[in-house]
Design a protein around this ligand. Structure first.
Ligand SMILES: [Zn+2]
Length: 257
């Protein structure tokens, strides 16, 4: 019985972890073009009624288009913020309906109760169906790795902000971002602090650090873009409601980096 349990954990959790997070198979971690000074900011766990509007103001001020991986339950609660992201040209991706780890879910639950449900909510608000997905904590189960990536681009990150814990000031986060952002980077930050393990005030410091980072990188000639642009695939403009075609399905499955 114990052997069977260990085998299940290895096959369902550990192998997908090693393949996706260590080897980068089946997921996107960074853009292919490492020559150009292009990279993407991504923001997880929102929308948040307090921090997301401030973040959107900041991004607008610096002309930044970013990608938001949102929770379906919060999108339902704050549709006006989802609409604003869409209207201001940001990409909206899926981060499950609630912040639940995929290792605790069956592939069917991930696909229908979290990803499909959240895609429906976003599509109802914006008229455009999301094409990319980031699992909470970046953890996929074997079913996700085998099947979900055929319908959605699974985007993880190359630069982790470690921004969910409040520190004495924003300086460590600022320096971490400035030292780690390289051409092609996908940067992970959070615009909400109510996820288990996070500090509620942490996004305040993220906003402060981000402002400094944007000021510095602007002078260095960096360009910020959505992950779909960075990864050179195009989101479907004006995607009509009730359409069942998933753009990602038309792109051949391959090993991504
Ligand atoms: Zn998250």
């Amino acid at each position: 019985m114990l052997v069977l349990l260990i085998l299940c954990v290895v096959v369902y959790m550990l192998i997908p972890y090693v393949l996706s997070r260590v080897c980068g198979l089946g997921v996107y971690r960074r853009g292919k073009n490492r020559q150009e000074k292009e990279f993407a900011f991504t923001f997880d766990d929102g929308p948040d009624p307090c921090y997301t509007p401030e973040l959107l103001d900041l991004l607008k001020q610096y002309g930044v288009k970013a990608t938001f991986f949102v929770l379906g339950s919060k999108a339902e609660r704050y549709p006006e913020l989802i609409w604003r992201m869409h209207e201001e040209g940001h990409q909206i991706g899926i981060h499950n309906y609630t912040h639940t780890c995929n290792w605790m879910l069956t592939p069917w639950e991930v696909k229908h109760q979290h990803v499909g449900r959240t895609a429906d909510i976003i599509e109802r608000i914006t008229g455009e169906r999301p094409t990319c997905y980031r699992p909470p904590w970046g953890l996929l189960n074997m079913g996700d790795l085998l099947f979900l990536r055929k319908s959605y681009r699974i985007v993880v990150w190359s630069v982790m902000g470690w921004d969910w814990k409040r520190q004495d000031d924003a300086e460590p986060l600022t320096q971490r971002l400035l030292s780690k952002i390289k051409p092609g980077a996908i940067v992970l930050l959070h615009d909400s602090g109510d996820t288990p393990g996070a500090d509620e005030e942490a996004p305040r410091q993220m906003l402060k650090a981000l402002q400094t980072v944007l000021q510095v990188l602007q002078h260095k000639g960096y360009q910020y873009m959505r992950t779909d642009k960075l990864l050179e695939y195009k989101a479907v403009e004006g995607y009509a409601m009730n359409q069942t075609i998933h753009p990602a399905k038309h792109i051949k499955s391959r090993v991504y980096e």
